[in-house]
Every structure is written in structure tokens, then in C-alpha cells.
Write a protein that binds this ligand. Structure first.
Ligand SMILES: [Zn+2]
Ligand SMILES: [Zn+2]
Length: 329
């Protein structure tokens, strides 16, 4: 089968013919139809995340059809549409797994990072961590929901029940989560790169009450803020925009250092927290609410062999939509 393979961080992916994987017990062999590109893929290619499996097939927002099932009963039948996310496997037995926090599992495996992912014609995945996807979306539309949507949703839920919510870094995850926040009646404040009027305008069209640069002070104090940009100093900007008791949620897997700051900025029960990975429960909740809103995705398709172009355009900020690799049968 054809796959885009990463041999070494900081090098382009290589289109290569590799053996088709065989599904083990409880695994699905999936013919990949689409795979959305995530910022985490960039962090892996750019060497910002430690110890990826090498050589590696990237990609953890995978949509495909079940082609073969490794012996054992699963929730899927041959031909079913299936979504494969970032969380690929957990041990089920560690203290995190046993306390409803499988996202923190000591031995978790991650799709397109520590196990092969979906920048390929086929992939295998543990059926217990795969999802049926809402019918209202086609394969291209639904792909960005599998990470930007799921991990964005976990970040959003970690903010509690804020009346005024700020979002710093208005990219793919923000675009999806903003729609849910507005649907749930929250006052949304969008923070973009200073001077990025196009993104501020796009945010306003989604129903934000205010949109401005990340260097600006919002007109009201916020009950919570989510940071989707991988820029450490934004944590302080967000913290200073919070009302008493407010929460800053860092939604990314990688971020530059956070500068030191006076304790007074944190005092009065403000909280800084982060989000790591997702649980299957997050996905169930998100795939229930997303089609009701309905959350709409913006996508730009690329052929599998053009994955490097997609990554480059993402890295240089040239994409205003989620890149989705499409792999015709
Ligand atoms: Zn575990
Ligand atoms: Zn991701």
C-alpha cells in the first residue's frame, strides 16, 4: 500500500510502498478515505514532541471503512464507516484508567505518534477506541472533528460553566468549539494574532460578542479562557483577563515557555490547567452534540502524496481551513 512515511523529524515525509498491516485480535483493518492534518502532526515532524515511533505514518483524524476484523467481537461490521482518533490504546488497568481518566494512562498508545496512523491507504486500530460517526457529515467534513473537535471539546468542558468565555488562538479547534459555546448561550470573546482582521471577522460571524488581538484587554472580565495557540505568554494575557475564580485551560500538546509572573495574577482562586489527550466518553458526548448544533467544519483537501505541501501551508499560516488528505479507493 502507499503511505507517507516520516523517517526522521525535521525531514519531509516520503511517499513509499509499504506492506499492508494485518489486524491483530480486536483490531480493525481500515481502508482510509480521509485523514485530517492536526497541529500535533507538525509538532512531530518538527521534532517538538519526544520519541515518536520511527519510521512513522502520521495522522490521527482518520475516516475509513472496515475491511477486515481481527478475531473477536467488536462493535463494527465489515464495510462500516469508522473514525479513528488520537487515543489508540490504553492498558485499562492503571490507576488512571480505573478512575475514568484513561486520557492519562501510563501506557497509552497514540495514533500517528507511537503507533502508525492514517497518512496511508490502510491502517489498523483497536476497535474499542474507534467510533461510529454522525451520518450528517461526509468523510471530508467529519475528519477535523476527530481531534480539533474532540480535544477542543475536552478543553471546553474543563472551563466549567462560564458565562463569558475567551478563546486565544482562533484556528481549527477554536472554530469548532466557538460554535458549541454560542449554541449553549455563552458570551464568546475571540483573541487572534494582533492585527489579524480576517480571523477576527470570521470569529464575529460565528457569533462572538467581541473579537480582538491577543494584546488587547477585553471589555469585560472573563470567567474562563481556552488557549489553543502554542504560545506560552498567552497564558499570562488570559490570566490577567480573568475574573476572580476564573480558569485558563491550555488545550495544546506543546507550548513555548510561560514567563514568570506575580502571584497576585493567580490569587483569588484563579486556576491554570491543561488538557491531555481525550477519553472515549469525551467523544461520545461530542459526537452527540456536534450534529445538533450543527458544528460545521471548514476544509481544504489535498491528495495523500501532497501531505508535505499541506503541512508546509499549515506551518506558515497559509491555511484558513483544516487540511484533509483524501485517498480515493
Ligand atoms: Zn491505563
Ligand atoms: Zn490532533
Amino acid at each position: 500500500m502507499r503511505a507517507m512515511v516520516l523517517d526522521k523529524p525535521k525531514h519531509p515525509l516520503e511517499l513509499r510502498d509499504v506492506p499492508k498491516p494485518k489486524p491483530g485480535r480486536g483490531q480493525l483493518l481500515v481502508r482510509v478515505s480521509t485523514c485530517a492534518v492536526c497541529r500535533t502532526d507538525l509538532h512531530v515532524v518538527d521534532g517538538e514532541l519526544p520519541e515518536p515511533k520511527l519510521p512513522l505514518i502520521l495522522g490521527h483524524q482518520i475516516v475509513g471503512r472496515v475491511e477486515e476484523i481481527g478475531e473477536s467481537n467488536t462493535n463494527f461490521a465489515i464495510g462500516d464507516r469508522v473514525g479513528i482518533p488520537w487515543l489508540g490504546w490504553t492498558d485499562g488497568g492503571c490507576s488512571y484508567c480505573r478512575s475514568g481518566r484513561e486520557n492519562l494512562c501510563d501506557n497509552a498508545r497514540f495514533t500517528g505518534y507511537t503507533v502508525n496512523g492514517g497518512y496511508a491507504e490502510f491502517t489498523v486500530a483497536d476497535a474499542r477506541f474507534c467510533f461510529h460517526l454522525p451520518d450528517r457529515y461526509n468523510d471530508v467534513e467529519v475528519a477535523p472533528l476527530l481531534c480539533a473537535g474532540l480535544i477542543g471539546y475536552r478543553s471546553y468542558r474543563k472551563t466549567g460553566d462560564p458565562r463569558r468565555l475567551g478563546i486565544y488562538g482562533f484556528g481549527n479547534a477554536a472554530h469548532l468549539i466557538a460554535q458549541i459555546a454560542v449554541y449553549e448561550g455563552r458570551e464568546l470573546f475571540a483573541f487572534t494574532r494582533p492585527g489579524d482582521m480576517a480571523t477576527q471577522q470570521a470569529a464575529t460571524q460565528l457569533g462572538t460578542v467581541w473579537a480582538g488581538g491577543s494584546d488587547e484587554t477585553p471589555p469585560e472580565k472573563l470567567d474562563a479562557a481556552i488557549i489553543f495557540a502554542s504560545v506560552g505568554p498567552l497564558v499570562l494575557a488570559a490570566l490577567r483577563a480573568l475574573a476572580k475564580g476564573g480558569t485558563v485551560v491550555c488545550g495544546g500538546i506543546h507550548m513555548s515557555d510561560i514567563p514568570s509572573f506575580p502571584y497576585a495574577d493567580l490569587w483569588e482562586e484563579r486556576v491554570i490547567t491543561s488538557v491531555a489527550n481525550l477519553t472515549r466518553r469525551d467523544a461520545e458526548e461530542f459526537f452527540e452534540i456536534a450534529p445538533r448544533v450543527p458544528v460545521r467544519t471548514r476544509t481544504k483537501t489535498f491528495a495523500l502524496e501532497d501531505a508535505n505541501t499541506a503541512l508546509d501551508q499549515f506551518r506558515t499560516g497559509k491555511l484558513s481551513a483544516t487540511a484533509v488528505l483524501t485517498i480515493p479507493e
